[in-house]
Design a protein around this ligand. Structure first.
Ligand code: AMP
Ligand code: GLY
Length: 422
């Protein structure tokens, strides 16, 4: 089978790495890929958002199956375009992916199908949004309705921050049209949990649980990022929380989407806050998380192609998905300045000194002659598997010591919550 993976980050590297282990996969292409992916797949110089060019490429190369990593092509309807051309592709249609593309839609569906989530209000007028903040007080969370590369959410502890967030999103339009509307939410407290699941529109099969570290600095300080590290499984996902996440969130969502004419097939990601009242939804994503995909796929025993085939054939309910025992930890190495402006082109040293049992997934990297250089905010995801989260974290951090680039920043406390639990 010839497979095309769309995207070029750490998540897509993990997908390529996992797909290569399938005896059914003969050739893998990745568009656009990165310097690490290039060692495991044929990289194609087409952007992940250039749907017409991706379709032409897939047709010319007679690609048997396409997997899409990022949300932008999914919400733009890449799955519909491929399906209309008679090509097989794994992921939700544009109508289904809209639950990530519009936070307003996600909130409306959660309200309609009684899925636990923060109280909220929606505004298309900045003055009315400001009035609501003044009347209801802080803390609150201000969210741009549309996609904003993971940066459109501001958790505001004081009124000034909340009002500034409304102003930059709705008046200055720092996220463009995504800021035409805002959602203002009650601020939830608790521990965060990512539950990713495969679904064929009927059956919902959760993956091993995981936890991201969104803030830039140790101790969950600093600005929100795309994710500075993740591990799986997480002790916050007790049996009770797992059942609640499945019965109160994922199953009603997938049923509700089907009855809305937005039948959902692919990977669904629920970002949850485990509050004193049980898990509540922070957001839905319509794809694998990044970096969650790195530890989660590291623990997946079953052939990913077999799972995808079951999803596409609508027989996921008959499938047993197996996970490795133990735990996986991914530590993200980022460029100085990330998530703000950063420089590219710094030479990465020491990759060859990382022990072979540690997997270094590449995110923002490029090749320059014989060297591998930084080419993005998140650069590498150093990922280790071991018997426990603590052991996996120790192994990952020992490997991090081997790698160096100018300005390299990373959190030293990935998985600290699991370590506190144990
Ligand atoms: P989102 O992209 O919606 O998941 O938001 C990014 C991050 O903002 C989440 O991972 C949480 O850390 C935080 N967040 C979002 N919504 C809330 C909320 N209602 N209460 C507290 N924190 C939130
Ligand atoms: N790690 C968060 C995300 O993928 O959106």
């Amino acid at each position: 089978m010839k497979v095309l993976v769309v995207g070029g980050g750490g998540r897509e590297h993990a997908l390529v790495w996992k797909l290569r282990q399938s005896p059914q996969v003969k050739e893998i292409y990745c568009a656009p890929g990165n310097a690490g992916i290039a060692g495991e797949a044929a990289c194609v110089n087409i952007g992940a958002e250039d749907i017409p060019a991706l379709r032409s490429f897939a047709r010319q190369q007679a690609i048997d199956l396409t997997l899409v990593g990022p949300e932008v092509p999914l919400t733009a309807g890449i799955v519909d375009v491929f399906q209309e051309s008679g090509m097989r592709i794994f992921g939700p249609t544009g109508a289904a992916a809209a639950i990530e593309g519009s936070k307003v839609l996600a909130k409306e569906l959660m309200a309609k199908y009684n899925i636990p989530s923060a109280r909220y209000a929606v505004f298309d007028d900045p003055d009315r949004a400001a009035g609501y903040i003044k009347a209801n007080g802080v803390p609150c969370v201000v969210k741009a309705d549309g996609l904003a590369a993971g940066k459109g959410v501001i958790v505001a502890g004081d009124e000034e921050t909340a009002l500034n967030a409304v102003c930059s999103i709705m008046v200055d339009r720092i996220f463009g049209e995504a800021g035409r509307r805002v959602v203002i939410e009650e601020c939830l407290t608790g521990e965060e949990l990512s539950i990713l699941a495969f679904t064929d529109g009927t059956a919902v099969v959760p993956m091993v649980s995981s936890q991201d570290h969104k803030r830039a600095f140790d101790g969950d300080k600093g600005p929100n990022t795309g994710g500075m590290g993740a591990y799986a499984p997480t002790p916050v996902c007790t049996d009770k929380v797992y059942r609640q996440a499945l019965d109160e969130v994922l199953v009603p969502l997938i049923r509700g989407m089907a009855s809305e004419g937005r039948t959902y097939r692919g990977v669904i990601y629920a970002g949850l806050m485990v509050t004193a009242e049980g898990p509540k939804v922070l957001e839905f994503n319509v794809r694998f998380g990044d970096p969650e995909a790195q530890p989660v796929l590291s623990l997946l025993e079953t052939d990913l192609i077999e799972i995808i085939e079951a999803v596409l054939a609508g027989r996921l309910g008959q499938m047993d998905i197996l996970w490795k025992k133990g735990a996986a930890v991914c530590v993200v190495l980022a460029s100085a300045g990330y998530p703000g402006p950063y420089r590219k082109g710094k030479v990465i040293r020491g990759l060859a000194d990382v022990p072979p049992e540690i997997k270094v997934f590449h995110a923002g990297t490029a090749r320059r002659g014989d060297e591998i250089v930084t080419d993005g905010g998140r650069v590498l995801g150093v990922t280790a598997v071991a018997g426990s989260v603590s052991e996996a974290a120790d192994k990952a951090y020992a490997a991090v010591e081997r790698v160096y680039f100018d300005g390299m920043q990373f959190r030293r406390d990935i998985a600290y919550r699991a370590r506190q639990h144990s």
